[in-house]
Design a protein around this ligand. Structure first.
Ligand SMILES: [Zn+2]
Length: 76
């Protein structure tokens, strides 16, 4: 199920300079590395990670809570 209005997804798109979630996802869907964001409350660290990353290490808070934009959106 798609989840295009997840707050973390919106934050991530804005960080990347997009105002439209769909535009953002279309642009990153074909890349080998895609924008990812830390899902931990209070931490909005972003990085470029593998498209299927769902438990990446966050360099800011130290938790394995980095998820790719495609995972958050439910596209893969
Ligand atoms: Zn974090």
């Amino acid at each position: 199920m798609f989840n295009l209005d997840h707050p973390k997804l919106i934050t991530l798109a804005e960080t990347e300079g997009y105002r439209d979630i769909v535009d953002f996802l279309e642009d990153c869907a074909l890349d080998s590395l895609v924008p990812a964001i830390c899902m931990a409350p209070g931490c909005d660290y972003t990085a470029e990670l593998e498209p299927d990353q769902r438990a990446g290490f966050c360099e800011l808070c130290g938790r394995p809570s980095m998820q790719s934009s495609l995972i958050i959106a439910g596209l893969i």
